[in-house]
Design a protein around this ligand. Structure first.
Ligand SMILES: C[S@@+](CC[C@H](N)C(=O)[O-])C[C@H]1O[C@@H](n2cnc3c(N)ncnc32)[C@H](O)[C@@H]1O
Length: 277
């Protein structure tokens, strides 16, 4: 499998994945509190994208580097530059072969990236190589919304989150689940922990901060699936994708409660933290 570049997503990434004001700053503050980072800490973000995570660090004057495969995502980040005390070091490249010397960074972040890379093991080995030997942190993070938590029952989900759950179920019923469940597709996979512990890290999982996204209706969520806004839907053959969309549209028309009412979308910024003391 090749890595999944977000070149095609640059124009709609922030509108569909962005946080409400305050959330990204809360995430930054929680990362800083957890790692003890200061403006002298050398931070690197793997798959930095449009800077959803990076911008609050840059605004606060942190030393920040980022690498991404997609020039259009990096260009969207550069377009946000706004009297940042320090400019970030931005590189177009592959996280499986980091163009940095050993021990160049103190803290590495990778947010919603591991499931996209061609070789997650190589990525973790590279992250370890470019981190300093001691006193280093690697944070593998993702946003976890209520719709993605299997322990939250269907009855407890607001319609947009219910739509997420129904989409998952529809894809599963049609045998279209892709990479889901394979090792390395989530920071919380036991295989990821095993590899990091094998590299000498102490590994913990933390819900570091709460985030909030723009309110959406169930219909808007379904439109997002139909328009293939999310990378899990990009490679699917057109006829199969249309079949899945037809099923969820049927659910929207016949079963979904309040399909046009927007609901706030809250979740948790979940981190697998590897620390080398
Ligand atoms: C889902 S986005 C996350 C962006 C950012 N971390 C955030 O949380 O908003 C994933 C990013 O990783 C990049 N990416 C995927 N595979 C990569 C690889 N092998 N090397 C570098 N970047 C990669 C994509 O181009 C995309 O910009």
């Amino acid at each position: 499998m090749q890595s999944i570049s977000f070149e095609r997503a640059a124009s709609f990434y922030d509108a569909t994945r962005g946080y409400m004001p305050g959330s990204a700053e809360r995430i930054r503050d929680a990362i800083v509190a957890q790692t003890g980072a200061t403006v002298h800490t050398r931070l690197l973000e793997l798959g930095i994208g449009t800077g959803r995570i990076a911008v609050p660090f840059l605004t606060a004057g942190f030393s920040y580097a980022g690498i991404d495969l997609a020039p259009a995502m990096l260009a969207a980040l550069v377009a946000k530059a706004n009297s940042w005390p320090r400019l970030p070091l931005l590189v177009r490249g592959d996280v499986g072969q980091l163009p940095f010397t050993d021990g160049s960074f103190d803290v590495i972040l990778a947010v919603h990236v591991l499931h996209l890379v061609a070789d997650w093991r190589a990525t973790l080995h590279e992250a370890r190589r470019v981190l300093r030997p001691h006193g280093a942190h690697l944070l593998l993070a993702k946003d976890v919304g209520a719709g993605e938590l299997p322990e939250v029952p269907l009855e407890a989900l607001a319609p947009p989150m219910l739509a997420q759950r129904v989409w998952k179920r529809t894809l599963k019923d049609l045998g279209l689940t892709g990479k889901e469940g394979q090792p390395g597709t989530s920071p919380q996979d036991p295989a990821v922990r095993e590899l990091l512990e094998g590299l000498g890290a102490t590994v913990t999982t933390l819900d570091l901060a709460e985030y909030e996204r723009e309110p959406l209706s169930a219909r808007e969520v379904v439109q997002g699936y139909s328009q293939r806004l999310y990378s899990a839907d990009w490679a699917r053959e057109a006829a199969l994708h249309h079949a899945a969309v037809a099923q969820i549209e049927q659910w929207l028309a016949t079963e979904c409660p309040e399909p046009d009412r927007p609901f706030p979308r809250k979740g948790s910024f979940r981190v697998v933290l590897a620390t080398w003391a």
